[in-house]
Design a binder for this molecule. Structure first.
Ligand code: ZN
Length: 296
């Protein structure tokens, strides 16, 4: 009898799970038990599987997850790279703040990546997000500047890229690991599909250790719709608000427009960027309208 082994799901497609083990990637089918228990294995899942015929196996069990995203469907994410461009397209701060808040809510480290630094100054964005206590990496995927800092930061981690279309996610992916583009094409060819016809999350091993998750077909809007943060939890997803906890005049302060609000006072004296509080307030007002079934 063949022994069970540990693996990592790199990709799920058409009912097959591509599981990376120490020696090779195995094409696995999930056992019927998953359907009965309503567990869907995801890319990024740590699993137990039993090798069968050459290169194949049966997926037996999914280990418990540290976190997971619904769209794109990926588990055990360490780092969410929230990508914006200095210009072309102009940064959409509300979208950035929503992605950052989702990462915080899920226990994923958000990193703001400011691309196209060769076309303008990244200073305004750097100031907003460094003030918020977030890691900011300014670079130019086009010119290949600042890529090493990003590469160092994501080494050994599972990182997902998100951002509006046009910010340069694909060119960034190819800069991070020049082998990535070739490999993406190769896998698509083996599967007999073009990479843009499928909406899947796929983990690619990085030369420096860790994985980058390519999520063709998924937009930041998909993520925003799938991951709703209840209004009570929202302030906790803006890390610079944390230091002010309990300092508002009213214990029930929502930090939207109340008198004696410590967050609004911090905006007033320049300690918090106005755009961060504005995004928070917009998200709070949206969340107020949701019915419980929409996010529970
Ligand atoms: Zn307040």
């Amino acid at each position: 009898m063949t022994e069970q082994r540990n693996g990592l799901v790199l990709k799920c497609i058409g009912g097959f799970y591509y599981v990376e083990a120490a020696d090779a990637v195995y094409e696995c089918r999930a056992r019927g038990i998953f359907r009965k228990r309503e567990i869907t294995p995801l890319a990024g899942d740590h699993v137990r599987f039993t090798p069968q015929e050459v290169g194949t196996g049966s997926l037996d069990a999914v280990e418990s997850r540290r976190n997971f995203l619904v769209r794109p469907p990926v588990a055990n994410v360490d780092c969410l790279l929230v990508v914006a461009a200095v210009t072309d397209p102009a940064p959409h701060l509300l979208v950035l703040d929503k992605m950052i808040a989702i990462a915080e809510y899920k226990g994923i480290e958000p990193v703001v990546v400011v691309n196209k630094c060769d076309l303008g100054s990244a200073q305004a964005l750097e100031e907003i997000y460094r003030k918020a206590g977030l890691q900011v990496i300014a670079l130019s995927a086009g010119k290949g500047q600042g890529i090493d800092e990003l590469r160092t930061h994501i080494a050994g981690k599972v990182s997902v890229l998100t951002g509006n279309s046009g910010v340069g996610k694909s060119s960034l992916l190819n800069r991070i690991d020049p082998a990535l583009q070739l490999e993406t094409g190769e896998i698509s060819r083996k599967l007999g599909r073009g990479r843009h016809t499928t909406r899947v999350a796929c983990l690619y091993p990085l030369a420096g250790g860790g994985y980058i998750v390519d999520t063709p077909g998924f937009s930041s809007l998909d993520m925003e719709k799938a991951e709703r943060i209840p209004k009570e939890e929202l302030a906790g997803c803006f890390r610079e608000f944390g230091a002010l906890a309990g300092r508002c005049k009213y214990a029930s302060c929502t930090h939207v427009k109340e008198d004696g609000c410590a967050v609004l006072a911090a905006v007033e004296r320049g300690a918090i960027a106005p755009s961060r509080q504005e995004s928070y307030a917009a998200m709070y007002n949206e969340a107020k309208e949701w019915k419980e079934w929409e996010y529970k």
